[in-house]
Design a protein around this ligand. Structure first.
Ligand code: TEU
Ligand code: CA
Length: 540
């Protein structure tokens, strides 16, 4: 009845920051291979790799210049084959990042496309100037204009992200054909599916001016349009249906209704989607303007999505988001407690859980002091824009410090030795100095560590049909307490999660399935940030 991608836990690797093996300061595929046994021990069943294809790295691999080759700094295709085989031997499936909304401007297609007479011209979205300026008023995700003028062609091309990420043209069937062949290439190599980057933006229904002038002007013309649904159904029918694989979409600005249309089984499109709404509960309008985290807002949104969809892709972190323990927990006094509580929350919701590298040891946001330490293109663009708008330097830095994607991208903290055991060279991005206290090596030796707890919780989920397939029913969604029930075939689990630094009385019946504190019976009082799952039989 269930699929393997519903039973397994996914672990996302950001290859640049995972493990360096040749001293160039950049994580690589041999580095991933070297940690496979540890990932297996943790209980991971699927690895999702952020892009490892050839790329000029304007956006760290999300700008692909060759979909069929490995970025040399990450290794070779032989390394990739070894990774897929090695993971397979440990019963771990590998999933690739599929970035097909745009390519790099250094991709061969785009280079050829700059010639107006080339058959590749129509692979991208080229338009002449309007009144001597860009073809419309759209704005990009990376705080720039969406159109770049190309002297060689005498026209502008569209880019929703950086100007080195030109958007592909899905009005052209040839583009779809190319994408299908790329997917087959990787599936034939033995990968088990794709995480589909900004997949609900593929089809630009029109290039008219946008009416909303606030953020992302123009987005009404490309968010989850019918043309995108058609593309997704083609990819399913022509490719995905012919392999034992799954597809998870990264879908920006989706509502539950849009998500339903993108991933309900009856639609034949995606298998599940990453929504953003819960990640937006600590902000005003855009992520750069943070407001105080209130657990009530966060868990109400999670509940809304649990209720709305048959199956969710559950996540609290990825390479674009600050660290969850710093954001939704408490990374000082209750660091360990809140990281474990978030682990229980993530792993007991209905849906496929996604863990981002470092989350399993409670890695925190970076401790950088200046913009010079930041590498992310988005952070630099936004800083420039804010300065341009005359925000004082201190305020700009604070905004970047709290929200920058580099918070999640600092290298993996393996041990308390030099450079956290990530590299023997100079790391490409600074390492959080708390590695002496927060690292894999120490946590593997400590039976009360966050990592050991993740391992236990993943195993508990693996053995519980109720946690995997049970229905979801919320009991409490307040600023201090998130409680819900899961029910399946005569068994009921009650999940109690404290988001509070104070003790709280919460009634609950049954024996303890797992508790973040390690307790074996429940007395009606939750400790600060404690998580407890109670198990009880249901009368028929
Ligand atoms: O991200 C898409 C996206 O909309 C955001 O999460 C984005 O990272 C940004 O923070 C908006 O403010 C995906 C990838 O996950 C991201 O790493 C890429 O940069 C982006 O697409 C372009 O490929
Ligand atoms: Ca390396």
């Amino acid at each position: 009845m269930s699929n393997w991608w519903q039973d397994r836990v996914v672990y996302q690797i950001y290859p640049r920051s995972f493990q360096d093996t040749n001293g160039d300061g950049i994580g690589d595929i041999p580095g991933i291979i070297s940690h496979l046994p540890e990932l297996s021990e943790l209980g991971v069943g699927i690895l999702w790799l952020s892009p490892v294809y050839c790329s000029p790295n304007d956006d760290n691999g999300y700008d692909i210049s060759d979909y069929r080759n490995i970025q040399p700094e990450f290794g070779t295709m032989a390394d990739m084959d070894r990774l897929i085989a090695g993971a397979g031997n440990l019963d771990i499936k590998v999933v690739m990042d599929l970035v097909i909304n745009h390519t790099s401007d250094e991709h061969e297609w785009f280079q050829k496309s700059r010639d107006p007479k080339s058959p590749y011209r129509n692979y991208y979205i080229w338009r002449p100037a309007v009144n001597g300026g860009p073809p419309n008023n759209w704005t990009s995700f990376f705080a720039e204009k969406c159109w770049e003028y190309d002297k060689l062609s005498g026209e502008y091309y569209l880019h929703l992200f950086s100007k080195k990420q030109p958007d592909l043209n899905y009005h052209n069937p040839a583009v779809l054909g190319e994408v299908e062949n790329i997917m087959r290439f990787w599936l034939d190599k033995g990968v088990s599916g794709f995480r589909c980057d900004v997949i609900n933006l593929l089809y630009k229904a029109s290039l008219e001016d946008g009416t909303k002038k606030m953020i992302l002007t123009g987005s009404e013309h490309y968010i989850s349009r019918n043309g995108t649904h058609e593309v997704l159904r083609r990819l399913r029918k022509d490719v995905l249906d012919h392999y034992d694989c799954f597809a998870v979409g990264e879908t920006v600005f989706v509502t539950p209704a849009m998500a339903h249309d993108l991933c309900d089984r009856s639609r034949g499109e995606l298998d599940m989607v990453f929504s953003f709404e819960h990640m937006e509960t600590d902000q005003y309008i855009v992520k750069w303007f943070k407001r105080r985290f209130r657990a009530g807002r966060f868990v109400k949104i999670i509940t809304k999505w649990q209720d709305a969809l048959e199956w969710n892709a559950n996540y609290f972190e990825n390479h674009d988001q600050p660290r969850s323990v710093s954001r939704f927990g408490n990374d000082t006094e209750y660091w360990k407690e809140s990281a474990k509580m978030l682990a229980v929350c993530l792993l007991s919701l209905r849906g496929t859980p996604y863990i981002f590298q470092g989350q399993e040891i409670g890695m925190t946001n970076f401790d950088f002091k200046t913009m010079d330490e930041i590498r992310d293109i988005e952070s630099h663009n936004v800083y420039r824009l804010l300065r341009h708008m005359h925000f004082p330097k201190g305020i700009c830095w604070n905004i970047i410090r709290v929200s920058s994607r580099d918070n999640a991208r600092t290298p993996m903290q393996w041990s308390n030795s030099a450079n956290a055991g990530f590299t023997t060279g100079m790391p490409w991005l600074g390492i959080n100095q708390n590695y002496r206290r927060i690292n894999v090596y120490d946590q593997k030796k400590d039976s009360s560590s966050i990592r050991k707890f993740y391992q236990k919780m993943i195993a508990v989920r693996g053995q519980s049909d109720t946690l995997k397939y049970g229905s979801f029913h919320a009991l409490h969604t307040t600023n201090r307490l998130f409680a819900f029930e899961r029910e399946y075939s005569g068994e009921k689990l009650t999940v109690l999660l404290s988001f509070s630094p104070k003790k709280q009385k919460v009634t609950g019946q049954g024996s303890v399935l797992i508790a973040s504190s390690g307790r074996t019976s429940y007395d009606g009082v939750l400790a600060p940030y404690e998580a407890v799952i109670l198990i009880s039989e249901v009368k028929a």
